[in-house]
Design a protein around this ligand. Structure first.
Ligand code: IMP
Length: 179
């Protein structure tokens, strides 16, 4: 079923059951990969708030969770090169195994920015887990991108935390722009 959000029209792309299945699989992988340590999950708000909550429920090893807030979109449909960094990251991650949880990697600018910022704090390891990846939009490879929910076309999507003009975050499924 099509959805109108502000001035744009969207149609379903990934249903919530498929999102749940994929999250269970990624959760299992994280439990295995980090079984010998206590990872620090860094959730990147706002877009990943549902993904963070759902993935963290799959984690059954001891872990810590913290948040940061970045934005590069300013409510439109094109990624801007300028990144707004709203929360100063204060958790001590020196020597820790860090897993960054992102909603979507588009150009990769936001991920590169955050990863470089976190690396200055000398974590033992750092990995990126993103629900969505638009391979055709990625400007340069991200070595740390180890966990990917779904690869999608270079199209604008909303739902499951992702917004258009701050709307659509509440939708259970992910929708792509048609008009
Ligand atoms: P990047 O810096 O270009 O990789 O963009 C990353 C950020 O832009 C994400 O964390 C999202 O907040 C936003 N973004 C990128 N693509 C989309 C999209 O298709 N829909 C909604 N937000 C998006």
């Amino acid at each position: 079923m099509k959805k109108q959000i502000a001035d744009l029209e969207f149609e379903p792309l990934i249903e919530s059951a498929a999102i749940d299945n994929r999250i269970q699989a990624i959760g299992k992988q994280l439990n295995t990969d980090y079984q010998h340590t206590i990872p620090v999950f860094v959730g990147v708000l706002n877009g990943s708030f549902l993904f963070i909550a759902d993935i963290i429920k799959q984690i059954d090893i001891p872990c810590e969770i913290t948040f940061t807030k970045l934005a590069s979109y300013y409510g439109g449909t094109k990624s801007s090169l300028k990144i707004r960094d709203d929360i100063d990251f204060s958790v001590d991650i020196k020597g820790r195994d860090v897993v960054v949880i992102e909603d979507i990697v588009d150009t990769g600018n936001t991920a590169h920015y955050l990863l470089e910022k976190l690396k200055l704090k000398q974590p033992a390891t750092i990995a990126l887990c993103s629900l969505l990846l638009k391979p055709a939009a990625l400007l340069k490879p991200i070595e740390e991108l180890k966990y990917i929910g779904f690869e999608i076309e270079n199209e604008f999507v909303v739902g499951y935390g992702l917004d258009y003009k701050e709307m659509g975050r509440n939708l259970k499924d992910i929708y792509k722009r048609v008009k």
